[in-house]
Design a protein around this ligand. Structure first.
Ligand code: NAD
Ligand code: TDX
Length: 354
């Protein structure tokens, strides 16, 4: 029997979450040709995909989604069956410093992809699917308890979340107006291997290892809902294949932590793994100036996804954290590569004024 290859474009596949999604799809679906489109910004790293880069159903294309001509040509070249769109500027602190980069990639880049899909799928959208990956931050801050539902009104507070909210609205508008076959998911904070050390957990893992201060914004009382990155990837798999067109799915682990508590737990885990006296790493905790407009609490209600599509996270948080720390300790060269050069300038600029 001849199996017909499907061409799936994954954008941002060299980044943190994208690399786990690429790996899952390349390994699980030999009849999919996975085209990984990534501009390789500071956050994109082909080292994240070394283990699968020679697979025959995998191809990497370097390119920028803000370039409409390039995006249109790519759609023409590959006759795509589906798009899973993860490429984005993703760090809130950088969005406070340089909002325009976020508007360009997250808004304009997304519209370029929507336009190209609309044009190229004009002759029939049977079986096609444009899957937009978004964040819980679009719903704003839960200062009074409760959970984010798919029906919660958008109330983004940072330039990052406003740019993601804007792209979500545009994706829905293309569905309503042009019947583009879209699906959207909004996920909570991810953690795990290959996360760039500008985000809280890998930054602290790296600093603990080097006995450097652990910068906690404000009083450390802000709450985030943490999900292991491979569980996000399996949710993306389920939603890509079974999600209802035009629908939105929230993804989360019902796993809320105050920042100070998660960092204290991380310190204990690392004391144990590094053979330090218990309590040693926690001495590095340093309270610094708060993030401007810092959202107090995010918490996702992921029941729609589990009730309708049967997805559940596979890992308990303690196990996920344990695996994550083990990965960073075993892959010190990865950390050394990404923290050499420009990272040092970024770090000095972000933290010297706090
Ligand atoms: P990341 O910053 O690690 O990776 C983003 C990738 O996009 C990088 O490889 C980068 O090179 C690429 N990219 C950036 N600008 C580009 C452009 N103009 N053209 C082409 N490629 C470009 O981000 P991440 O944490 O893996 O997040 C991936 C997606 O998931 C984003 O859309 C983000 O909003 C969303 N998300 C992230 C989290 C999280 O906790 N990290 C949670 C929920 C949703
Ligand atoms: O040095 C730090 N100190 C600190 O206290 C850093 C980098 C962060 N924090 C705090 C801010 C947040 O309350 O820790 C929490 C987590 O911060 P980040 O890792 O920067 O993530 P967050 O701002 O919550 O956003 C993340 O989750 C949603 C991702 O970066 C987004 O891409 C995703 O959409």
């Amino acid at each position: 029997m001849i199996s017909i290859m499907k061409n799936i474009l994954i954008t941002g596949g060299a980044g943190f979450i994208g690399s786990h999604v690429v790996r899952l799809f390349v390994s699980k679906y030999p009849n999919y040709r996975i085209i990984n489109l990534d501009a390789l910004t500071y956050a994109g790293n082909l080292e994240n995909l070394r283990d699968i880069e020679h697979q025959s159903n995998y191809e990497f294309v370097k390119g920028d989604i803000t370039n409409a001509t390039f995006v249109n040509e790519l759609f023409g070249k590959y006759q795509l069956d589906g798009v899973i769109h993860l490429a984005a500027e993703s760090h809130v602190d950088r969005s406070i410093e340089s909002p325009m980069d976020f508007i360009m990639t997250n808004v304009i880049g997304t519209v370029n992809l929507l336009n190209a899909a609309r044009t190229s799928w004009d002759q029939g959208e049977e079986g096609k699917r444009f899957y937009h990956i978004s964040t819980d931050e679009v719903y704003g801050s839960l200062d009074d308890g409760g959970f984010f539902l798919e029906t919660t009104s958008y109330d983004p507070q940072s330039p990052y979340s406003a740019s993601k909210a804007s792209s979500d609205h545009l994706v829905r508008a293309y569905h309503n107006t042009y019947k583009l076959p879209v699906v959207i998911s909004n996920c909570s904070n991810n953690y795990g291997p290959n996360q760039f050390p500008e985000k809280l957990l890998p930054l602290c893992i790296n600093n603990i290892r080097h006995s450097r201060p652990l910068p906690i914004y404000g009083k450390g009382e802000n709450v985030r809902d943490w999900l292991y990155v491979e569980d996000h990837a399996t949710a993306i798999d389920v939603i890509y294949h079974k999600g209802k067109l035009g629908d939105t799915y929230n993804i989360g682990g019902f796993n809320e932590w105050q920042n100070i508590d998660i960092v204290r737990l991380l310190c204990e885990v690392m004391d144990q793994k590094l053979g330090r006296p218990l309590g040693e790493s926690a001495k590095l905790i340093t309270f610094v100036k708060d993030r401007a407009g810092h959202d107090l609490r995010y918490a996702i209600d992921a029941s729609k996804l589990s009730n309708e599509l049967g997805w559940k996270p596979s890992l308990q948080f303690e196990e996920g954290l344990d695996r994550t720390v083990d990965w960073y300790l075993a892959n010190n060269s990865w950390m050394e590569h990404v923290t050499s050069g420009a990272y040092k300038n970024y770090y000095d600029q972000q933290y010297s004024e706090r």
